[in-house]
Design a binder for this molecule. Structure first.
Ligand code: DQA
Length: 141
């Protein structure tokens, strides 16, 4: 299981706290690891601000992981390159957003990866990652 954070997650703690609760990426990953432990899962993590690197990680994903949790950040809304690479990965994947993207600006309501994901969790903050882990545990086990 790999948790892939996309663009601007390295500065999560500096982003709008109204949407992202002021949590840093390290704090987010600590919380995800805790959820995973409860579910006897062992996630690995990655973050990049470079779309091509995200794409190449997806190309390699099947070598190291059996499932994916993806929060590509803004790329979610327009990166057909990530869509196509996720198709190549061929792994069960869940799309997660900390904020309720469907209730924000119109452009955030579009997701180009949703059709390839077995689920989407949004607007639940960190707890959304627990839901995503549980969903994958059920589907991958
Ligand atoms: C986000 C929502 C995206 O619209 C935004 O660009 C992000 C974070 C979220 O987790 O709520 O970077 O994916």
């Amino acid at each position: 299981m790999e948790v892939m954070h996309g663009v601007n997650f390295d500065v999560l703690g500096r982003r709008d706290a109204a949407h992202y609760s002021g949590l840093t990426l390290t704090e987010l990953e600590v919380r995800i690891k805790r959820f995973a432990r409860e579910l006897q899962m062992e996630p690995s993590f990655s973050q990049t601000n470079h779309e091509g690197e995200f794409v190449e990680s997806l190309h390699r994903a099947a070598e190291a992981a059996d499932a994916l949790i993806l929060n590509p950040g803004a790329w979610t809304h327009y990166s057909w390159a990530i869509h196509d690479a996720l198709e190549v990965a061929g792994l069960p994947a869940v799309e997660v957003h900390l904020s309720a993207v469907d209730e924000r600006e119109d452009w955030r309501r579009v997701s180009v990866i949703r059709d390839l994901c077995i689920g989407c969790v949004q607007g639940k903050g960190v707890d959304g990652y627990r839901d995503a882990l549980a969903l994958l545990k059920e589907r991958v086990a």
